[in-house]
Design a protein around this ligand. Structure first.
Ligand SMILES: Cc1cc2nc3c(=O)[nH]c(=O)nc-3n(C[C@H](O)[C@H](O)[C@H](O)COP(=O)(O)OP(=O)(O)OC[C@H]3O[C@@H](n4cnc5c(N)ncnc54)[C@H](O)[C@@H]3O)c2cc1C
Length: 601
């Protein structure tokens, strides 16, 4: 069905507008074409990556490159590339599916894949001229060439616009000479082309360039970095010394590089979140298989409540990640389609479509990268001593997961961005936070209703609770904005607490809506475990929100205001019927144990 502008929320609006379960996309809505894409990706992973995981651990960079070429032959590198440039031109959901399912075996490959297809290729498809796209994109889409992205420098990491790399125009105006040092560059060891960000004269903002990798042209590489994980992902420093780049290789306009870098990262963030999903599912599968087989005290360890609690939380977080990632992916896909229908070029439509959901992209990057870390950690714990052994799969999964919290913008930066962007959207009038925040303020002054609500319908209480959790954020963030105005950004601990509340609301709501939609069409009985997971996720989310809400309130409000807000926090986070958390966990774990793995995707 074609999406209409009025049917889909703008980025960040989920906080103040109700979403109906019918309006969200779920993994259960995949088309046959999308399922084929997912299945062929899985097959590739099983055959080429999972079966050879030792090679990735032994720093076999050549094997990573070989697998990248094979992925190119299968078309996996071209899913997001428009057909006009040799790609498959598939929708955003399909591109997410490939990023998701390709991530299962090794972080080495998914990093190489992400750096090439995302930040290595997208800046050209999104900002390149027709000539640039014709010249470079078909080669990148087929895997004949590989790309890398050079933004970070020794002195410019999170502060990406502060790089010192220089681009100097030649006297004849025909080329720029680029000089500078880039570090942590994924794919540097085997790429044919770099997207390089450099400063022209004393410009406020950096500029993007397409730079072909030619050692004869002043380009040299540092040694492979010795890393904690993703051992076969090539990560090297790249040195440019008077590297000559034709003027026609400038990306977009002079001074537009920071914007390009940030927009490429928006897409990178949601795709990185997707790339943490299959990794979680596979870790759960391995952990549950082990727990079903490992006997201690004359029983499989899977039978112990301590292990069940871990498995239930791992499965629940993976399910929440699936729910939220594909909800946002379809919103982006729909917005791109709406913009194209309104006459925008695909390039413009995609840029604006993703930019619209930059808040959700940051939320997902943080939430899912932390879930994969938690899941690998618990998976390792389930393996006991064997978890610590490099012979078993958990040790590498644990190490590989760690990077996701650092690259594509650290989780601290993304937390602050998510709240900062929300406040900016409110100020621009794109999301009306002021009205709802004022209403919450008035509600706090009023007498609470003592009517007994009717919670007989599935998720009636949970949806009521989510609506109230949104009020917690409006209350805390609204008062903080009133108190500090634009200075709020400097109160980072408050911003981080608000971000955690925002993240939990989005994840919990997505999980409930997906399950409600599926319960309506497949029946509550068929969705019993998913219903338990949705309830467990919301319970855990509410606990986080209570903690972060309190932390925020006591950190800036005093006296009567503080007392009133703490009372509001209690009212807005209260269950009428507390869920039996242990029973939920047992129910979920028993199903995962019986299936010998995660079967909800
Ligand atoms: C394996 C790997 C692959 C990578 N691949 C690429 C690549 O292909 N291309 C590329 O350009 N880069 C790449 N990077 C770089 C990566 O994006 C950066 O490491 C990341 O952005 C963080 O920058 P930094 O390391 O300089 O840390 P810093 O910016 O120095 O941050 C250090 C700590 O300070 C915190 N911090 C920084 N600024 C603030 C602030 N304003 N407020 C609060 N806290 C703050 C951070 O959150 C972090 O915890 C890669 C890095 C690694 C490790």
């Amino acid at each position: 069905m074609e999406a209409k502008e009025k049917d889909i929320l703008r980025g960040g609006q989920f906080l103040v507008k109700e979403t109906k379960c019918e309006d969200i996309f779920t993994l259960e809505d995949l088309s046959e074409e999308q399922k084929m894409m997912r299945d062929s990706t899985k097959e590739f992973v099983d055959r080429e990556l999972w079966a050879h995981w030792e090679r990735f651990e032994k720093k076999d960079y050549a094997y990573t490159e070989e697998c990248m070429r094979k992925a190119g032959e299968l078309g996996l590198l071209s899913v997001a590339v428009p057909e006009a440039y040799g790609g498959m031109g598939m929708g955003f959901v399909s591109t997410m599916l490939v990023c998701d399912y390709i991530s299962g075996a090794t972080g080495s490959f998914s990093t190489a894949f992400g750096a090439h297809t995302g930040i290595g290729t997208m800046p050209i498809t999104l900002y390149g001229t027709e000539e640039q796209k014709q010249k470079y994109v078909p080669k990148l889409a087929s895997g004949e060439w590989f790309g890398a992205y050079c933004l970070t420098e020794p002195g410019a990491g999170s502060d990406a616009n502060s790089g010192k790399t220089k681009a100097v125009l030649s006297d004849d105006g025909k080329y720029y000479s680029i000089s500078g040092q880039k570090m942590w560059i994924s794919n540097a060891g085997f790429c044919n082309m770099f997207i390089v960000f450099a400063r022209i004269e004393d410009d406020k903002n950096i500029t993007g360039f397409i730079v072909e990798n030619d050692p004869e042209n002043g380009i040299s590489l540092g040694d492979e970095e010795k890393k904690l994980g993703i051992h076969s992902s090539s990560t090297r420093q790249v040195f440019f010394s008077d590297t000559k780049v034709p003027v026609e290789n400038m990306l977009s306009e002079r001074g537009n590089g920071f914007k390009i870098a940030m927009n490429a990262l928006n897409i990178g963030r949601i795709k990185l979140a997707a790339a943490c999903l299959e990794a979680q599912r596979r870790v759960i599968n391995e952990a549950v298989k082990y727990a079903n087989e490992r006997i201690q005290f004359k029983t499989p360890i899977m039978n112990f409540g301590a292990i069940k609690a871990k498995v239930a939380n791992m499965a629940t977080n993976a399910y929440a990640g699936d729910s939220a990632c594909y909800r946002a992916a379809k919103n982006i896909e729909d917005r791109i389609a709406i913009r194209e229908a309104a006459g925008n070029s695909h390039q413009e439509a995609e840029l604006k479509g993703v930019e619209e959901y930059a808040i959700e992209c940051s939320i997902l990057k943080v939430a899912v990268s932390e879930d994969v870390q938690h899941t690998t950690d618990e998976g390792l714990q389930i393996f006991g001593g064997m978890g610590f052994s490099a012979e078993a799969p958990m040790e590498k999964a644990w190490r590989d997961a760690r990077i996701a919290r650092i690259y594509e913008g650290t989780n601290e930066i993304n937390r602050m961005l998510s709240v900062g962007m929300l406040i900016k959207k409110a100020m621009k009038g794109h999301v009306d936070l002021l009205g709802p925040a004022t209403a919450v303020g008035e509600e706090l002054m009023g007498i609470p209703s003592f009517d007994a609500p009717d919670f007989s319908q599935l998720f009636a209480e949970e949806k009521d609770l989510i609506a109230r959790l949104k009020k917690v954020l409006l209350m805390v963030a609204g008062s903080a904005v009133q108190k500090f105005g634009p200075e709020l950004e400097k109160h980072q601990q408050l911003m981080l607490a608000a971000a955690d509340i925002l993240i939990e609301i989005y994840m919990a709501e997505s999980t409930i809506l997906r399950t409600e939609k599926n319960a309506k069409r497949f029946g509550e009985e068929a969705q019993a475990t998913q219903i338990a997971m949705a309830k467990l996720y919301l319970y855990n989310a509410t606990e986080t929100i209570i903690q972060k809400g309190k932390e925020g309130i006591v950190s800036f409000a005093e006296g009567d205001e503080q007392r009133m807000m703490l009372m509001g926090l209690k009212r807005f986070t209260k269950y009428t019927n507390n869920p039996n958390v242990a029973a939920l966990r047992t129910q979920i774990a028993d199903k995962v144990a019986a299936d010998n793995g995660y079967t909800f995707d």
